[in-house]
Design a protein around this ligand. Structure first.
Ligand code: PGA
Length: 254
């Protein structure tokens, strides 16, 4: 079985001006040495307006850069949008796709998520595809069905090699920004189901290569127990990624 390289990603959402980015990343660089990041990847996703500043500060650092969204076309008459080649040009290596806040507030559909995944891969960006159920769906016992539909919608048009390189983040919507984390067992159950869906779309070996992150109120206090689960390969961190001490501790999970 292929060993999966753990990945800790910070989603800054719509927070911070360039000066805040400078301060946060300078503090983070001091707290995370290359030696500590030897066996894991750490990625930050600042707002678009801070990407260039972030790239300058992170030059030569093992901390990588992600964008929070992209458009599926490389260029064109899409006012207000940002494309994959533009993000590559700024030094991004990863991009978040289909975050529940975009699905909820910007009407992002499974079809658009699939188009964005294809665009990211075509231009050398690694997608971090976000999936997750609402509280209502969980209470109706529809979690696994909802997640399977979202995963299938995002990856079914991709070939096996591409699927193997993807990152999927399971973020139960009821756990995002609420302080209410899924228990390690709840998260593991869904992660195992996601791997099962990926295996049925491709094969077991491909599914075993895909990195699955958990997101939703990840903190310094709960990261170690989450990472101890078989199918949890990392975390997508919102609120705690805006605090250098907390995010550095999460990145140093044991
Ligand atoms: P949270 O956000 O860690 O603040 O819950 C996670 C996310 O939305 O990616």
């Amino acid at each position: 079985m292929a060993a999966r390289l753990p990945l800790i990603a910070g989603n800054w959402k719509m927070h911070g001006r360039r000066a805040d980015t400078l301060a946060l990343l300078s503090a983070l660089k001091e707290r995370l040495t290359a030696e500590q990041l030897r066996d894991r990847e750490v990625v930050v996703a600042p707002p678009f307006t801070s990407l260039e500043t972030a790239a300058q500060i992170l030059a030569g650092s093992p901390i990588q850069l992600a964008a929070q969204n992209l458009h599926w076309e490389p260029s064109g008459a899409y006012t207000g949008e940002i494309s994959a080649p533009m993000l590559k040009d700024l030094g991004c290596t990863y991009v978040l796709i289909g975050h529940s806040e975009r699905r909820q507030h910007c009407g992002e559909s499974d079809e658009q998520v699939a188009q964005k995944v294809a665009a990211a891969k075509n231009h050398g960006l690694t997608p971090i595809i976000c999936v997750g159920e609402t509280l209502e769906e969980r209470e109706k016992d529809a979690t696994l069905e909802v997640i399977a539909r979202q995963v299938q919608g995002a990856v079914s048009s991709q070939d096996k090699t591409t699927v193997a390189s993807l990152v999927v983040a399971y973020e139960p919507i009821w756990a995002i920004g609420t302080g209410r984390t899924a228990t390690p067992a709840q998260a593991q159950e869904v992660h195992a189901a996601i791997r099962g869906t990926l295996a049925s779309l491709t094969d077991r070996q491909t599914a075993e290569a895909v990195r699955l992150l958990y997101g939703g109120s990840v903190k310094a206090e709960n990261i170690d127990n989450l990472m101890a689960q078989t199918d949890i390969d990392g975390a997508l961190v919102g609120g705690a990624s805006l605090q250098a001490d907390a995010f550095a501790r999460i990145a140093r999970f044991q």
